[in-house]
Ligand binder design. Structure first.
Ligand code: B1M
Length: 210
């Protein structure tokens, strides 16, 4: 097994205790930082993604893998310019007003970040006004909203309407997700897409953030 494959395997297994050390060894042996990111860290998450989608890996395992990747990234990141890190675009994400559930949202963030997106996390209980202000501030390609309660799903439409009224929808796609949602609901509220899980969210962002 090459050292890069070993790093990818360490990420895939969620071995965050060793990911930093293996990354450091690769740096010390002269491997280019971007090669470490692409062929080690991201390659590891690329093994996780289809397995999670196929139901062969579960949420805790995916979170551990994402954490292992983050540990490696912390080690390698100081060696590269931000501009050198391939970014697929910026995604602004938050759990809507009145809703405090964030486990699913945080998983989506981890998968998006490990998939090469810059993510701005607005947290939970994010008001319509905060989404609109952040859209103006960060100029993201995609805004993602999460809701776990049937009573808070409605805040998604309010946010989409406010973004439209603020004239921000032209270059901005909105995606929604969360257990009580459906593709049909996303269509009804004028969202550009619905993702049933974190992997689907990444695929959707890849399609929309062009
Ligand atoms: Co709450 N809760 N909860 N809860 N809670 C649910 C959602 C509920 C279904 C439980 C139940 O009754 N069976 C129910 C909602 C019922 C309904 O609305 N029909 C419920 C309720 C009622 C409540 C309270 C009102 C309870 C009370 O106080 N009486 C209260 C509300 C608080 C509030 O938000 N204002 C409440 C509180 C809490 C806790 C704080 C205790 C805790 C949240 C902790 C936290 O998030 N930090 C909690 C939890 C943990 C749950 C359950 C058990 C688990 C949710 C979860 O994390 N799932 C949940 C029951 C359940 O779902 N089985 C429940 C794991 C997570 C990985 O999945 O979030 O679905 P999920 O995310 C997935 C996808 O949905 C998708 O990708 C993720 C990963 O694959 N996804 C996106 C999510 N967001 C996305 C965004 C995207 C794309 C995909 O794009 C932007």
């Amino acid at each position: 097994m090459s050292d890069l494959t070993k790093l990818a395997d360490t990420v895939f297994r969620g071995d965050f205790g060793n990911a930093g050390q293996i990354t450091k060894e690769l740096i010390d042996s002269g491997v280019e930082p971007l090669t470490i990111i692409n062929q080690g860290l991201i390659a590891g998450m690329d093994i996780v993604a289809p397995k999670f989608k196929a139901g062969e890996m579960f949420v805790p395992e995916v979170m551990m893998a994402a954490r292992a990747m983050a540990v490696g990234m912390e080690v390698v990141k100081p060696l590269i310019q931000d501009a050198d890190i391939p970014s697929k675009g910026t995604v602004l994400i938050g759990t809507v007003a009145g809703d405090l559930h964030d486990i699913g949202k945080n998983l989506v963030i981890m998968i998006l970040e490990s998939g090469g997106f810059k993510v701005v996390d607005l947290g939970v209980d994010v008001s319509v006004e905060k989404f609109v202000a952040a859209a103006k501030q960060y100029n993201p390609q995609v805004i993602g909203m999460s809701a776990l309660l049937t009573t808070t799903m409605t805040a998604m439409k309010d946010t989409i309407d406010a973004l439209t009224e603020a004239g921000l929808r032209k270059n901005l796609k909105v995606i929604v997700g969360g257990a009580p949602l459906s593709q049909e609901f996303a269509g009804q509220i004028g969202a550009d897409g619905y993702a049933a899980d974190a992997m689907a969210a990444k695929e959707l962002c890849e399609k929309l953030a062009v």
